[in-house]
Design a protein around this ligand. Structure first.
Ligand SMILES: Nc1nc2c(c(=O)[nH]1)N[C@H]1C(S)=C(S)[C@@H](COP(=O)(O)O)O[C@H]1N2
Ligand SMILES: [Mo]
Length: 332
C-alpha cells in the first residue's frame, strides 16, 4: 500500500514493517481519508499493491474500495491471486442462473442502492442498517483467502471487508443466542432465477455464533480493491474461508440471531449431501464424489496437477479448536 506520511511522501512498507502499531496507524489514516472523502488514486490501497506484486492489476472497473492488509492470523496467503476475470465470471449465484457464466451475464439487473440490512433476533441492539453505515462500522481490511467450492474447484481472492465479529460486538447478542442466520435477497423482479424451483428462496445460510465470531469470518463489501461486483454478492456478503463456498451467502439483507440451528438452503435441498457445518474436509467425501483434491481455477491447463485439499481449507490452526471433540464425519 502507498501510505502518505507527513514528511517522507509515499512509502512502501514491507511485511517485516507491519507491526500492530503500523496497522493501527494505517487504519486511522484510512478512516480519516475516507471521512474526508479523499479515497481515490492515492488510496489505491494495499489490495492494489498486493495484487500488482502478484501480477494482478486492480481492474479499475468499479469504484475503489481499498483495505489495509489484515493483521488477523491466516488472513493473507502468498499463493497466486486468481485473475479478476476468473473470479468475476466463474461464479455460483443461483438467483441468476445455474451455469457458472450466468451470474456475470445476468446480475446487472440486481439493484444494490438503496440497500439495508436488518439485524435482529436475540440481540440487545436490533437495527436496520443502511449499507453506507454498515460499511463504516469498522475499518476495511484486505484478506487474501483461499476459497473452496463443494464442487471441487478453488480460487484465491483478495476480499475487502472486516470481521463479522465487529458487527456482532456492536449488536450485543443475548445470552441465549447460539446461531447466526444470514438471509439473502430474493427479488423475482431483479433476480431471474428466483421463482425457479432449484432452491427454496431466499437463499439462507447460518453459522454457530462462535464460528461467526471467529476473526476469519469476513463481512465483505469488495474484492481486488474495488466494491463488490454484483455477481460476487454486492453490496455485502459473507466469506467463511474454511467452509465450502456455499456457506458464504451473497447479497445479504437480514442477519438474525437465534437459539435453534437454522435450516439452510442447500441443507433443505439435500440434507444427506450438505450438512450444517460443511467444513472443508478432504477425509469426508460428498456422497457422489471425493473431496480429497481440487482444481485451482486459472491452473487448468493440460498439465495442471490437481491440488490436495487441506483440512479446514488450510485454516486448521485458526479454527480447529471450534470443533474439538466433535465427530466431523457425523457433523459434516
Ligand atoms: N445468495 C447466494 N449466495 C451464494 C450462492 C448462491 O447461489 N446464492 N452460491 C454459493 C456458492 S456454491 C459458492 S461456491 C460461492 C461462490 O462465490 P463467488 O462467486 O464469489 O466465487 O457463493 C455462495 N453464495
Ligand atoms: Mo460452491
Amino acid at each position: 500500500m502507498l501510505i502518505k506520511t507527513h514528511n517522507s511522501g509515499f512509502i512502501h512498507p514491507v511485511s517485516s514493517e507491519i507491526t500492530s502499531q503500523g496497522i493501527y496507524q494505517q487504519r486511522r489514516d484510512m478512516i480519516r481519508l475516507m471521512a474526508g472523502g479523499a479515497a481515490g488514486a492515492a488510496l489505491a490501497g494495499w489490495a492494489g499493491r498486493e495484487a500488482l506484486a502478484q501480477g494482478v492489476a486492480r481492474p479499475g472497473k468499479l469504484a475503489a474500495l481499498p483495505g489495509a492488509r489484515s493483521a488477523v492470523a491466516g488472513a493473507v496467503t502468498m499463493e497466486k491471486v486468481t485473475d479478476y476475470k476468473d473470479a468475476s465470471t466463474y461464479n455460483n449465484f443461483y438467483e441468476f442462473g445455474t451455469d457458472k457464466a450466468d451470474p456475470a451475464k445476468n446480475a446487472g439487473t440486481l439493484v444494490t442502492k438503496p440497500w439495508t440490512v436488518v439485524v435482529d433476533g436475540l440481540v440487545k441492539q436490533p437495527k436496520t442498517w443502511a449499507i453506507e453505515d454498515l460499511l463504516k462500522l469498522s475499518a476495511q481490511e484486505e484478506r487474501i483467502y483461499r476459497m473452496r467450492c463443494v464442487e471441487g474447484w478453488s480460487m484465491v481472492i483478495p476480499w475487502v471487508g472486516y470481521s463479522m465479529a465487529e458487527l456482532i460486538k456492536k449488536v450485543e447478542p443475548l445470552g441465549n443466542a447460539k446461531y447466526v442466520e444470514f438471509i439473502t435477497q430474493a427479488d423475482p423482479k431483479t433476480m431471474p432465477f428466483v421463482g425457479s424451483r432449484v432452491l427454496d428462496w431466499p437463499y439462507v445460510e447460518a453459522l454457530r455464533l462462535d464460528e461467526a465470531m471467529n476473526p476469519l469470518t469476513l463481512l465483505a463489501f469488495g474484492m481486488y480493491g474495488e466494491v463488490m461486483p454484483n455477481q460476487n454478492g454486492a453490496p455485502v456478503r459473507l466469506v467463511v474461508p474454511w467452509k465450502y463456498g456455499f456457506k458464504s451467502g451473497k447479497s445479504i439483507v437480514r442477519i438474525r440471531f437465534t437459539d435453534k440451528e437454522p435450516r439452510t438452503a442447500w441443507n433443505k435441498a439435500a440434507a444427506n449431501e450438505y450438512g450444517f457445518y460443511s467444513n472443508v474436509n478432504p477425509n469426508v467425501d460428498h456422497p457422489r464424489w471425493s473431496q480429497a483434491t481440487e482444481r485451482r481455477i486459472g491452473e487448468d491447463g493440460l498439465f495442471a496437477k490437481k491440488r490436495k485439499t487441506l483440512m479446514f481449507n488450510g485454516y486448521e490452526a485458526q479454527v480447529g479448536q471450534l470443533y474439538a471433540g466433535m465427530d466431523l464425519k457425523k457433523n459434516f
